[in-house]
Design a protein around this ligand. Structure first.
Ligand SMILES: Nc1nc2c(ncn2[C@@H]2O[C@H](COP(=O)(O)OP(=O)(O)OP(=O)(O)O)[C@@H](O)[C@H]2O)c(=O)[nH]1
Ligand SMILES: [Mg+2]
Length: 682
């Protein structure tokens, strides 16, 4: 199979991934323009691209979700998926990757973006996705390509294979030599590159670079190795076959060059995809699609259009599906397809039934969610993938701006998390707050914008409450007496409580030591209820924990005593007693584990120290050369916006996980401020 083969291939699905702002959306635009899917190539800066057509993406001039676009190249159907580069939106990329035939990693010769590149290559390597590197922005190149490859290689566990070299014209790159075709091209603005003669110094450089490329290929091909040793020129078709095979077997990462803004290098990229990327049958095999089902599809994204209802964007891995097809997930009935749509950014255009390899949107699959394996036939196909979102790192409490929107907000949350499973909604029963947890500042900002714009529920946001508690440090005995004479029946309850501190995380214990029936048995549970009630809100304003309360004495009245009266007496004793017990604030301390490229480790230590963190140690991150793991204990209040500092100190790639460890006493100015703020809020 040579590069010049012309037979039609199956429909493809290709992901465009890569570090933040590397030019993925611009490359998609160039591909769509070059293949005639759009009339003119739009730009990110003018807000005219297909990839960043959503209001939020335009507004922030960055991609915030995976966007799908359909085109045709040499009679083959392609769906390209423009994935966001920011780590905060990486879940969209991770949900799409399993089902694509190949990925194009758009990157730049920028040292600062190497850790991001490593992060993305790691996903591709772990998920076994064949991938190309598209070295973009070479109009701005200020170093030799070979140096750039050296810079980028540490990010990849697989050898990078340079298959084009630039032609320099002074300080600018004016074209390239394709090392497999052995042809030279000069770039034309917004037009296919033109073939020129390969001569002089360029011809010598070509020979050398081609030899390096063949040597790398020969590492996995003994026959080629022999030919090279014997100085025999391998036939061109053999070189192309090797390129295709080694890409598919993930033995090399071919590197192509280009300028997305000028659509330079796009045609060669498309040709490489056409000839070398696997087709759906191979992708289905990689995923473990079993024979026997009529149709099998994977849901890559869920989208709620403002008017059209729910869309499940899916790749069909086997069989056919159209209007009326009933799909099943392994757990349940996904629903009956109502409308099959062609994908073009924010536009969904109705089309006919889809067949294996195509990526389309299915309308009204109410029971389907992102990541689901859909199938038809007698027995549901087992789940093909399980992509879990990364644990969230930042939270914001939200409230509908208008009370009347409360119910609508609940429904909007459902849609929001269906579209983006890396968001989590938590209803805090204690503080009555609704908290959105997400992957970073921009992620949460976009989530609240989307609530307002797409789901029409404007919300107010504020930092979520910290789970403070309070406890006591002194033992006190105290009487609580409730006596009321208001005509007819009076109320009488009288108790003596001994309130005593307990060690950390003992919670609350109640004991009764009544002798001689001074408080009748049947009233004792009410006393305990009154105590529990009062402990919900201690003298500092927070729930009280780690204390022992004993009912030691009291008195009653045969007519006026009641459950209610003893409950009130219990409460009074606590309310009056606690302030005498030397109350103290407790704050939650978590164990935090930060991962970062090791050049940022010192900065992490500084950040942790400035946030009252106690560093427990740091190690090389297992399986991640060049990365460290820093562990620390840290107060919940300080973790609140920690991610913002971590990201800015690591060019966006650092992250952390945390889990509750213990409650610790907090005194001094910080504690006073917290208590004062609590009082002010009440
Ligand atoms: N000089 C130059 N600039 C480019 C090239 N490709 C893209 N850009 C610019 O780089 C910036 C980012 O481009 P985008 O296409 O939005 O990059 P992206 O990778 O989609 O960004 P995210 O999706 O937010 O990660 C824009 O200002 C583009 O105009 C290129 O080949 N050369
Ligand atoms: Mg983009």
């Amino acid at each position: 199979m040579g590069q010049n083969g012309t037979g039609p291939k199956g429909p493809r699905c290709i992901a465009l991934v890569g570090p933040f702002q590397s030019g993925k959306t611009t490359l998609l635009e160039a591909i769509l323009a070059r293949t005639g899917a759009i009339q003119r190539q739009g730009t990110v800066d003018a807000g005219t691209t297909v990839g960043d057509a959503s209001k939020e993406a335009r507004h922030h001039k960055m991609s915030i979700e995976a966007t799908f676009a359909t085109t045709t190249f040499m009679e083959d159907n392609y769906v390209f998926v423009d994935c966001p580069g920011s780590i905060e939106f990486i879940h969209d990329m991770r949900s799409v990757l399993p089902a694509v035939d190949a990925a194009v990693v758009v990157c730049e010769a920028d040292e600062k973006k190497v850790p991001q590149l490593q992060l993305i290559l790691r996903e591709l390597e772990d998920q076994n996705i064949p991938h190309f590197l598209f070295l973009n922005k070479i109009d701005k190149a200020d170093k030799r390509v070979r140096e750039t490859i050296k810079l980028l290689q540490p990010a990849s566990r697989v050898p990078l294979l340079l298959r084009q070299i630039p032609i320099w014209n002074g300080d600018l790159i004016s074209g390239f030599v394709d090392l497999a075709l052995e042809r030279a091209y000069v770039y034309k603005e917004q037009a296919p590159s033109e073939i020129v003669d390969l001569k002089g110094e360029d011809a010598d450089r070509e020979k050398e670079a081609r030899f390096t490329m063949l040597e790398t290929l020969a590492d996995h091909d003994d026959e080629l190795m022999e030919q090279l040793l014997e100085d025999i020129q391998p036939p061109r078709d053999k070189v192309f076959d090797d390129l295709a095979k080694e890409l598919r077997e993930r033995e090399v990462v071919p590197v192509l060059l280009g300028v997305a803004t000028r659509a330079n290098g796009v045609l060669r990229l498309l040709k490489a995809l056409r000839h070398e990327a696997p087709e759906v049958a191979e992708t289905a095999q990689r995923l473990g699609v079993e024979a026997g089902n009529e149709a099998v599809a994977l849901v890559l994204k869920t989208y709620h259009t403002t008017h059209g209802g729910k869309m499940s964007i899916a790749r069909l891995l086997a069989g056919q599906a159209g209007d009326g097809t009933t799909f099943y997930t392994p757990e349940t009935e996904a629903g009956r397809v109502s409308g099959v749509f062609k994908l073009m950014g924010q536009h969904f255009e109705k089309r006919g039934q889809a067949s294996a390899g195509e990526t389309v949107a299915f309308g009204k699959l109410d029971g389907a969610k992102t990541g689901d394996t859909l199938s038809t036939g007698k027995q549901a196909h087992p789940s093909l993938i399980d992509v879990k979102p990364y644990p969230p790192v930042l939270a914001t409490a939200v409230q509908a701006k208008e009370r009347k929107d409360d119910v609508k907000l609940g429904a909007a949350f459902t849609k929001l998390t269906e579209e983006d499973p890396s968001l989590t909604i938590v209803h805090d029963a204690e503080t009555h707050e609704v908290v959105i947890w997400g992957q970073g500042e921009m992620h949460l900002r976009v989530a609240t914008e989307r609530l307002a714009d797409r789901f029409t529920v404007p919300v107010n946001t504020r930092p979520p409450s910290v789970g403070y508690r309070e406890t006591i440090r002194k033992t006190v005995s105290i009487r609580g007496r409730h006596k009321k004479q208001s005509g007819g029946h009076g109320q009488f309850g009288d108790v003596v409580l001994e309130i005593k501190p307990l060690p950390r995380s003992s919670g609350f214990q109640f004991e009764e030591r009544i002798t001689g029936g001074v408080v009748p048995r049947n009233y004792i549970p009410s006393v305990e209820e009154g105590v529990i009630d009062a402990l919900k809100h201690g003298p500092l304003g927070f729930p009280v924990v780690d204390l022992h309360v004993a009912l030691v004495d009291g008195s009653y009245h045969t007519v006026d005593s009641s459950d209610m009266a003893f409950r009130t007496a219990g409460r009074i004793a606590i309310v009056e007693g606690l302030p005498q017990c030397s109350p103290v604030l407790l704050e939650p301390i978590h164990e935090v584990e930060i991962v970062c490229p090791n050049e940022a480790t010192a900065k992490m230590n500084a950040i942790l120290s400035s946030r009252r963190g106690q560093i427990l140690g740091f190690d090389a991150r297992e399986g991640w050369p060049g990365w460290d793991t820093v562990r620390a204990q840290m107060a919940e209040a300080e973790i609140g916006d920690l991610i913002i500092e971590v990201r800015s100190a690591t060019a966006g790639v650092g992250s952390f996980t945390f889990k509750f460890d213990h409650m610790a006493e907090l005194t001094g100015r910080t504690a006073d401020q917290i208590v004062a703020a609590r009082r002010a809020a009440e």
